[in-house]
Design a protein around this ligand. Structure first.
Ligand SMILES: [Zn+2]
Length: 340
């Protein structure tokens, strides 16, 4: 049977370096393989459009159909945005800012497009693969920054009035540097959770630690690569139980858990899913223990279990299941929801 008569929906997840993409049919089943191409997001959105189109064409080719059978595209961006217009540009070049990417890409490819941020997309992807559960879901992803998304108990993505909700990385936490100062966040503010839980935070912590006499013989003090490169390798060190790496991640996990407790008190999602690169590490069980320790210290007992039935857990915290393609999958589902 020809695939030409069927209708499809595509999810595109635009990251700072790559675009991940997936196609599903009208019933929500994935078709063909996932496709990953370079994003060139820091070179200008027109370069990214060419890559997005390439990804869509590859998805269609893989199942022997044409782009005209695609009824809608869900697309996420690593940035603040409102009704398709980019409001921030951390991982993007300047020309994205103030541009209606949703409308322009829809015109470019000739298919209706719905756009949101990457945290919402991944949250929906994680929600959809947990088919049997009820209740909401809060997704948190420590990476270069700290992104997040919220799914309400009825299964709808909460995007806020202006699509500006769930900037979870920028709630404040009461932790200070050894010199008594609040750390400065990538957003310019001080004391943000992201300033403790992100790759940028790791770089800062590592720099402070490596200056301490006790680590003078640490291998990272003897190599001449940049602090960015060293921080990037810190996960590998933690996987080998290196005491410096463990010290840094232990503090990070604890503060992360502490921040999660405040978010849970505010939103009561029932389930907190942690994504990003940490979910793929071999020390993630240890890391989860540190998260729980921080969480327990800040959350009231009712956010751990039902006070009248201790077997009923009120807040579960678990690792992401759908890996790197959660965002792309979420956007494909969102395309059905918004554009069908
Ligand atoms: Zn901040």
């Amino acid at each position: 049977m020809s695939n030409q008569k069927k209708h499809y929906y595509v999810g595109l997840d635009i990251g700072g370096t790559t675009i991940k993409s997936v196609m599903i049919d009208e019933t929500g089943n994935q078709t063909g393989e996932m496709v990953e191409v370079r994003s060139y997001a820091s070179q200008g959105y027109r370069y990214t459009f060419v890559q997005l189109e390439k990804a869509v064409q590859l998805l269609a080719d893989k199942i022997g159909t044409s782009v005209s059978s695609i009824r809608g595209i869900g697309m996420d961006v690593p940035s603040l945005n409102c009704n398709g217009v980019i409001w921030g540009q951390a991982n993007l070049s300047k020309d994205w800012f103030g541009t209606n990417i949703q409308q322009l890409f829809s015109e470019h490819i000739g298919v209706p497009v719905y756009m949101t941020n990457d945290g919402n997309a991944a949250a929906l992807g994680e929600y959809k693969i947990r088919k049997k559960r009820s209740g909401g879901l809060m997704f948190l992803a420590p990476g270069t920054g700290l992104g997040g998304g919220l799914i309400l108990p009825d299964g709808k993505v909460y995007e806020g009035t202006n699509n500006l909700s769930m900037e979870v990385g920028h709630i404040t936490v009461p932790f200070r540097e050894p010199d008594g100062e609040l750390p400065t966040c990538s957003c310019g503010l001080r004391g943000c959770l992201e300033a403790w839980v992100s790759l940028i935070a790791l770089q800062r912590r590592l720099k402070i630690e490596l200056a301490d006499q006790i680590w003078i013989n640490h291998p990272l003090n003897k190599d001449h690569s940049s602090i960015e490169e060293k921080a990037f390798r810190l996960r590998d060190f933690a996987e080998k139980n290196d005491p410096l790496a463990i010290k840094i991640f232990k503090q990070q996990g604890y503060i992360f858990g502490y921040g999660i407790a405040d978010l849970v008190r505010l939103l009561d999602p029932g389930l907190v899913v942690i994504g990003g690169g940490l979910a793929e590490t071999t020390f993630r069980d240890q890391y989860m223990k540190w998260i729980r320790k921080g969480f327990k210290e800040r959350a009231w007992e009712v956010y751990l279990k039902n006070p009248f039935d201790s077997k009923k857990v009120t807040t579960r915290i678990e690792w992401a299941k759908s890996g790197d393609f959660a965002g792309a999958l979420g956007m494909a589902y969102m395309a059905i929801e918004k554009l069908k």
